[in-house]
Design a protein around this ligand. Structure first.
Ligand SMILES: Nc1ncnc2c1ncn2[C@@H]1O[C@H](COP(=O)(O)OP(=O)(O)OP(=O)(O)O)[C@@H](O)[C@H]1O
Ligand SMILES: [Mg+2]
Length: 511
């Protein structure tokens, strides 16, 4: 067989990749092929080895065995610079950006076009930055500092960085996790355009709906092994989920099924306003119910929960916990009163890399943080109990959180806040980056806590399927205001999206 027979269209070819971390083998001879002119989705549950494969293909970590070819030529895997020279562009799952540098500097990161005498040609660079951002349909000033950007904007900076310059292969590791449907659509247009110009695209996502909309073929990994490769349009969602999980995905019941206890709210918000972010927001959250704060990214949801917790100071309005109005708030005081927030950006705000799962959980748990040397055992016990309850990997308490997969990290974040035994749990995008199986597990846990322990849950979610699965009641925000409240049979995807985008009138208008 000649090379031509094997690779009629060229592209990326991954063969027999093996990788162990210490004694744990995570990739067992993985093969994958992404042709030019193809969008190929790489799927698998949390921890299946997708990001590890991406890091190997891009020269970030070395494989124990196996080879990678581009257009039939073997790739030198010894450095990420080599991979880039060979034409591989990548957006990592947690793109390393420099918070104190501006957007342009991040996009060029060490590859700034140099003018004569080796000086940075700032004007030329800014033009190139503007043009790549414009291609993405994104309006960000190249001079803004990355630390001042939203999570979604940062994602676009990472994408712009990958697309700047020449490449033949584009790898996107969960690029849409924090994008609005509209932003995701814009990204998909860019990705399709890249494919239609002969590029090879490897695309990783946990959102099976977008995979089916975008991908030509899919490859599924389970525990570091190939279990399925086929045409995207011929594989059903159920088939893909089953290949990923190695079992059928059960049907989730909607809502917590507990019934709220309406005698006294766990948390009340009255006329809360924060200039430029949200205005006159009022709601009650009762023990035993799950309320989802829905809306488009940028509608003010994150700012509302951050203000409730005291991470931001409102301009007017009040927050009442167990009958007391709390003027001065902050995460510690609120935690003592039983109100905690698991933030959206789990890596920057939720977990500290370099520490184990137990240490991270111990940072928030009362009782574990005072007793000197006794601490470690108490801490570990508390952590282990919480992680067991969440069905997390058995060793998650003991290893550095930086070495855990995205879904397991999310469980550690949840365990950390549940260990404080809150009365009200606020969650910002609780299943961001989590696979379909783990997502169902997390939903089940939250529902059980609401039902059995009367936990009050307020979750911000942009995942419309999640909204309808999880919520007993939905509050929809639009442009900083509460636009609708829906419950029971009113909570349809259509009605929520309509309220979020302000299109209710069209929806209810007679045909
Ligand atoms: N540096 C490391 N040291 C030790 N173990 C690691 C390291 N990096 C990854 N792992 C382990 O390798 C396995 C595969 O992780 P990987 O991040 O590739 O999964 P993934 O498929 O990308 O999952 P997710 O969907 O959650 O992002 C996991 O069990 C993870 O904990
Ligand atoms: Mg990953």
């Amino acid at each position: 067989m000649t090379t031509e027979d094997r690779q009629p269209r060229g592209g990326l070819r991954v063969e027999g990749i093996e990788k162990s971390f210490g004694a744990v083998k995570v990739l067992h001879g993985v093969d994958a092929e992404v042709a030019r002119g193809e969008i190929h989705a790489l799927l698998g549950a949390n921890g299946a080895g997708k990001s590890t494969l991406v890091k190997i293909v891009t020269g970030v970590i070395a494989p124990d065995a196996g080879a990678v070819e581009i257009d039939g030529a073997r790739l030198d895997l010894s450095s990420s610079a080599k991979a880039r020279e060979a034409g591989i562009a990548v957006v990592f799952q947690d793109p390393p950006l420099f918070p104190d540098l501006d957007v342009g500097e991040n996009i060029f990161a060490g590859r700034y076009p140099k003018a004569r005498l080796g000086l940075l040609d700032r004007k030329q660079s800014r033009e190139r930055v503007r043009s790549v951002l414009a291609r993405l349909g994104i309006d960000i000033d190249p001079r803004m500092l990355v630390k001042d950007l939203s999570v979604a904007e940062r994602e676009f900076v990472a994408i712009a960085r990958a697309l700047e310059g020449e490449s033949r292969v584009l790898i996107l590791d969960e690029p849409t996790a924090s994008l609005t449907p509209d932003e995701a659509r814009r990204l998909f247009d860019v990705v399709r355009n890249y494919r239609d110009h002969g590029g090879a695209v490897m695309f990783i996502s946990h959102r099976l709906d977008e995979v089916q909309a975008l991908a030509d073929r899919v490859t599924v990994l389970r525990d570091g092994r190939n279990v399925f490769t086929g045409l995207a349009r011929e594989a059903s969602r159920e088939q893909i989920a089953e290949a990923m999980l190695g079992r059928k995905l059960g049907l989730e019941a909607r809502g917590s099924g507990g019934g709220a206890d309406r005698r006294e709210p766990a948390l009340s918000v009255r006329g809360l306003s924060l200039f430029r972010h949200f205005d006159e927001v009022s709601f009650d959250l009762y023990p035993g119910e799950i309320v989802v704060l829905a809306g488009l990214v940028g509608s003010g949801r994150t700012e509302v929960v951050e203000t409730v917790l005291g991470l931001r100071t409102q301009d007017s309005g009040s927050v009442i916990v167990a009958g007391r109005e709390l003027r001065r708030r902050g995460p510690r005081r609120m935690a003592r009163l039983g109100v905690v927030l698991a933030p959206e950006d789990r890596d920057a705000q939720g977990l500290v890399a370099g520490f184990s799962g137990a240490e991270n959980i111990g940072m928030a748990a009362p009782g574990a943080s005072r007793w000197g040397f006794l601490l470690r055992r108490v801490e570990r016990d508390i952590a282990q109990r919480q992680l067991n309850a969440l069905a997390a990997r058995p060793d998650a308490a003991d290893v550095d959180v930086a070495s855990l997969s995205g879904g397991t990290r999310q469980k550690v974040v949840l365990a950390k806040w549940l260990a404080t035994h809150p009365k009200a749990l606020l969650l910002d995008e609780p299943t961001h980056g989590v696979d379909v199986g783990t997502k169902a597990e997390i939903h089940a846990i939250l529902k059980r806590l609401a039902r059995e322990q009367r936990l009050a849950v307020l979750a911000v979610s942009s995942d419309i399927e999640e909204v309808v699965q999880l919520a007993d009641r939905v509050l929809v925000m639009r442009r900083g205001r509460l636009a609708a409240e829906l419950a029971g049979s009113e909570m349809t995807e259509r009605a929520i999206l309509a309220a979020a985008s302000g299109a209710e009138d069209e929806l209810t208008a007679p045909a």
